[in-house]
Design a protein around this ligand. Structure first.
Ligand SMILES: Cc1ncc(COP(=O)(O)O)c(C=O)c1O
Length: 392
């Protein structure tokens, strides 16, 4: 007799993030006393700034320990709206165009669930953050991968997007600055992509979570483009900008119709984001911003060190990223598969990094190293990688 203790078919379509698996492998080795250099984790090593932590403690003591309004505390929604208005020049109504959630990920999840029906095509960068493809597959949508070419500095070419548009295309997912490639779209490319969306009546999900972590140029938001607010879901949050990954707080911006549907899903999943964390987030946005500037300055120093170091290793070819805190070197000359190199570096060099194909088919032949770690770790990690690679 067949058992009914089986799982829903949709579970076979959900993926995960390899980063969490590699971290688990590395932690297992650490338990056995192996000293690992972590270059796999996509989270700031900085502590959350003190003024934000103190605000959370204060809010806890003051009794912000209950449910809040489902889309978030009004004062936080107002702070988010004015913060983005200042940064992107976008006119956002805090009453019905902002949704505060426990992280940026719930914004991706509820946004895709609210829009994508079975068979709908979703154009996305490849390589990319693996959650986009996973959630689109979960709802039986069809991911349409567009290769980010190294020759184009890993920036999405709008013409490639235009070629893939069909009757079934419903959404384009963008991520700039980009995980894992560290690239960022130029203003003219954002404009062209906006035009494509308007011409073809498409949604854009624009994941701009790394928009504060950009080095030599300015970030160009999809929300700054005319008439784009009505068809864009902007995803942003506190994890990366303020070193708050473990706090779980992010937000989505969109037109009132999409925000009300995403809020409905939020009510079904987690009611609202944690009350005292929302209070601390108000402080993060309205308090001093020099902590962000200092962290970005330090990331830039680390970026320069890791790019220089990797390019000194034979078989590695590393472009200089313009944003986020990842490098994506080409390792094709080593003649080794990315996944094998990941395992080899972990076992032999005791350096944890991610293989490029963890981010999609076009990531084959590349590795992702995160430089959200100390300069000492980066220097030690590169030294170890160099010694290990020389043995190949
Ligand atoms: C591109 C991108 N979007 C979203 C997230 C998730 O952010 P959060 O921690 O706020 O859920 C990440 C985290 O690594 C990311 O790299």
């Amino acid at each position: 007799m067949s058992s009914k203790l089986i799982f829903a078919d949709r579970m076979s379509r959900v993926g995960t993030e390899t980063a969490f698996e590699v971290v688990a492998m590395a932690k297992e080795m650490e338990k056995k006393g192996v000293d690992i250099v972590h270059l796999e984790i996509g989270e700031p090593d900085f502590d959350t700034p003190n003024h934000i932590k103190n605000e959370a403690v204060k809010a806890l003591k003051e009794g912000f320990t209950h449910y809040t309004a489902a889309p978030g505390i009004q004062e936080l929604r107002e702070s988010i709206a004015s913060h983005l208005e200042e940064k992107f020049g976008a006119d956002i109504n805090p009453n019905n165009e902002v949704l505060v959630m426990p992280g940026a990920k719930p914004g991706l999840f509820t946004g895709i669930l609210s829009i994508i029906d079975p068979g709908d095509e979703v154009i996305m960068q490849n390589p990319s953050f693996p959650i986009y493809e996973s959630v689109v597959r979960l709802v039986n949508g069809k991911p349409i991968p567009i290769q980010l070419r190294e020759e184009n500095d890993f920036r999405l070419n709008p013409e490639d997007v235009r070629r893939e548009i069909s009757e079934k295309t419903k959404m384009i997912i963008l991520n700039s600055p980009h995980n894992p490639c560290g690239s960022s779209l130029l203003k003219k490319e954002v404009k062209e992509l906006a035009e494509i969306a308007r011409e073809n009546d498409l949604w854009i999900m624009s994941d701009e979570i790394y928009s504060d972590i950009i080095y030599d140029e300015e970030h160009h938001s999809m929300l700054s483009e005319p008439e784009m607010k009505e068809r864009t879901i902007l995803i942003h949050g506190f994890s990366k900008s303020y070193a708050m990954t473990g706090w779980r707080l992010g937000y989505a911006i969109g037109n009132p119709e999409i925000i009300s549907r995403m809020t409905k899903l939020q009510i079904n999943i987690n009611s609202c984001a944690t009350a005292f964390i929302q209070k601390a987030a108000i402080k993060a946005l309205n308090g001093p911003q020099d902590c962000v500037v200092e962290m970005v300055g330090e990331y830039k120093r680390r970026r320069d060190a890791i790019v220089k170091g990797l390019n000194r290793i034979e078989g590695f070819d590393c472009k200089t990223p313009t944003g986020a805190f990842y490098v994506f070197p080409n390792i094709k000359k080593l003649g080794m598969k990315s996944r094998d190199l990941m395992q080899y570096l972990l076992n032999d060099a005791h350096v944890a990094a991610l293989h490029g194909d963890a981010f999609g088919i076009y990531g084959t032949g590349y590795m992702r190293f995160s430089y959200a770690t100390s300069l000492e770790n980066i220097i030690e990690g590169i030294e170890r990688v160099k010694k290990t690679v020389e043995k190949i």
